[in-house]
Design a binder for this molecule. Sequence first.
Ligand SMILES: [Zn+2]
Length: 438
Amino acid sequence: MTMSAEPESARSRIRAAVDELRPELIEFAADLVCEPSVQGEEGDAQALVRTRLESLGLEVSEIDASTVDGLENHPEYSDVGQEYDDRPNLLATSPGCGEGQSLLFNGHVDVVPAGDVEQWSFDPYAGEVADGRLLGRGASDMKGGVAAMIYALAALERAGIELTGDLTINTVIEEEAGGFGGSLATVLDASDAVENADAVVIPEPTGFDQWIANVGVSYFRVTVQGKGVHAAETDNGVNAMSKLLPIYSALEELHDERKTTVHDDRFEEWHEHTVSLNLGTVRAGEWASSVPDEATLGARISHAPAETREEIHDIVEATVREATADDPWFDDHPASVEWFGWRGSSARIEPSEPIVQTVQSVAETELDRPAHAKGFPGGVDSRFFVNYADTPAVCFGTGAYNIHGTDEYVPVDELVDLTVALAVLATEWCGYEVVDRD
Ligand SMILES: [Zn+2]
């Protein structure tokens, strides 16, 4: 039996339900923090999620990345050196009672390592709550977000609200290492829940803004040869470091040029420039009294959503070629450019996308937050849904407090706000009926 559904009454029911669930929400988020789920060790955290989803009456399915067809040959895939045993991705759908739009909440349960625990002022894996904060590794990136998306669903049930469209909860592994066995595997697995999703929301710690675009990222190294001789005969050798210098300068110039020529308004409203080229490492020589016979420069270059990774690789390789063209040494000893490590594609959806608009209006009315639509200057899992599932995806979550550093935490009030916002978002996006429980 259903009653007419006034938005105000639905919203107040949701707020009341989240208030009732607040202690449970915090406890669940704390339990997740207690699992040290660094890359490769996500199994126990996923088991906790599974149990919670099952207790909500949901059927949970697993995606084992090692059985996903086409993953290892996918252009985006990098081998990050981990087996996938006992590290499933999870999917659970709460079926809608009608034909409303469907929504998928995605979140990663892996965390980056705690580093030197001596530098923390609390145990990163104790899940302590103090002064209104949940403390620990992953509290804001993003076990708090994972708890919020699950409790948004729990709150809807408690509030007696049935969504018209499907709501899917999807928790994944390996995001911090690139997301290949996690969200990429989930997208390539092409289950109905993913194929039919009309939008994806990922509660990464965005400070209640939205990330609707991200840059692509590639790592490369340039190696040049020299001629090693004893220091007493320095002038008879060829110093590989000297040969690297014009390349170093040319790449610095490329960074300066791209800062002023590559533009994307989603980034530049919030950041000084859209893309960057970081010269990160130099290695040369082994001994102070030998002329170094080899030098290597390691770098990270990002590219805008309007550029492709192939274009960026061509630009870097051409820059190195031009920097060495006038020096005959390179005729017989060409500089090599090697693309290594993980690489990520860029992605972008328009601010006019209905999901972006819906998140914005919910954040404004429920939280009095503007939810600016921003570009994120790094890699993020939403790109897989945008690029390979053709589904608009945004990140929207709490603030980021010391993420990837020492003393990570999240304010409990922000977790509660996020849970309310995600539940209201689901009603706005999927449609709903209020069920008379009496
Ligand atoms: Zn994260």
